[in-house]
Design a protein around this ligand. Sequence first.
Ligand SMILES: [Zn+2]
Length: 305
Amino acid sequence: MPIIRFREPRMKKEVKMGFAQRLRCGTKAMMTNLHVRMTKKTPAIKFYTSKNLPRNTRVCVFGPHPDDAAISLGGTLHMLTRPHEKNNVFSFALTSGHRGVGNHHDPKINRRLTPKIRAYIRKRETRAADKIIGIKTNFLDMDFYEKGKITALDMKKAEEALQAVKPKIIFMPAHGDIKQETHQFSHELLKRAINNYVRKTGEPLEIWFYETPYYSLSPRMLNVEVELAEKSNSAKIASLGKLKSQTARTNLEAEERLGDARKGIVEQELKHNGNRKILTKISPVANFSRCAVRRRLFGVSWKLL
Ligand SMILES: [Zn+2]
């Protein structure tokens, strides 16, 4: 039987660095840090739970269609509107979304469904969904939905809404949310209106871009995750049930499950941070991309946080 000898690991000699060597190492470390900072691809994710959500804040939600607030951030809004948070949440739907009311199988009924009636159906559904989430949506009926271009009246309506609310946080569609033309128009219009508002008032604010069933944030954009309380997630799902005209068109069931699917991201993030305590209690989440908007000497800056 061969004898296995264990060798003592050789101790490394302590090396004393001379001035030149220290300078070289220091410069190398500095350059590496700088390189990491410059090529940083994914931002750090700020994690919100029901315990550290924004409080005493004026919040403005802009949805291109009447159902976007419920679908994209219904759970988050349910948490923000709880009385003890003392937030003032104002919701605006930029269009009536009448084109989104599905065609009835009976052509006779279909003919009778004028744009006005379709708009009424969507508004009524939105009110029912709002009641569950705890918001009250105002309808702005923007021109671009009919005319295909942003008009001066659209800009006026958006700016007036901002001036009336004086928000500190704005929820709005992201610039990559281009799958639907209405979302694209809405982003463009809101960006211009917010720039004008910040330029005039000098009030800094935060933008939280949200995800939709057709748009997910890229890792370079995603920097906020809100862990939905069980009650709030159930409220969101219940509110989606009220959007009956949309159930055939939008995959609301998928949206229900997306919260669950997004759990994985949180789990990874928490693992990365070594936070094992929260890891044992993972809930569905809502993802956002947060950026700060400030007035600068020349214009207005939008900076990812
Ligand atoms: Zn929409």
